[in-house]
Design a protein around this ligand. Sequence first.
Ligand SMILES: [Zn+2]
Length: 263
Amino acid sequence: MTGPVRIEIPTPPGPHPPATNCYAFLAGDAVDLVDPGWDDPASLAALEAGLAGLGTSVDRVRTIVATHWHVDHLPLSARVRERSAARVLLGRGDELDAAVPVDGLLADGDEVVLGDRPVRVVGAPGHTPGSLCLDLGDDGLVTGDTLLAEINPGIGLSFHVEGNPIRDYLATLERLARDFAHRTGLPGHGPDLHDLPSRCAELAAHHRARSAEVVAVLARHPDATVDEIAPQLTWTGGWESLRDVSLRSALRQTAWHRELAAS
Ligand SMILES: [Zn+2]
């Protein structure tokens, strides 16, 4: 078994999934990692234990690919990098938000060696600008947080965002459903995805429904501002429950939907 082997890396308590799926790929006693996880002692201990179980260790890590820059995926790479010769690779577009050293950037169509195999990089902008998937052929598609089985991934969750992430995400979903219909999805959190096209369709429908709500509000009030539109939309948990980061994210998403409605 050369991988991908899933190692569940716990995250500190907070409003995020309780664990991140790290994927290990073995080549002899060396190992490559996708999404090492949060930079936290308990996370590092879980990674060390997982690698020991595979007959390897943190100092044998060669390559680390992060599917995106988020705090529950990339930052533990810094600890691994201190103890190994590991190169850390991230999708182009996410580097401005990365809080730890990155050695190289990946883009759609690039190839990276994981374990003993070449793996194709699939650009998947939307969740973040530089989000990427990794095509393992018959072994599946690593999806990061672009596709999750049980959670609706947020969109445009970066400080540096250009263009319209909702338009990007809808295009990503369309492409993944079309080109990777028969792959098992290996997500950043939670269980595998066994029907990529139907999950892509569900997530696209969610965002199209919100766009339709924005169109309906604008039909009644053509000059409505983002602050006026947002409370009239359907939000999971209700508009009143949104605070701080989630409130700012809701307002940004509303602005992107409004822009889509106008185009
Ligand atoms: Zn995540």
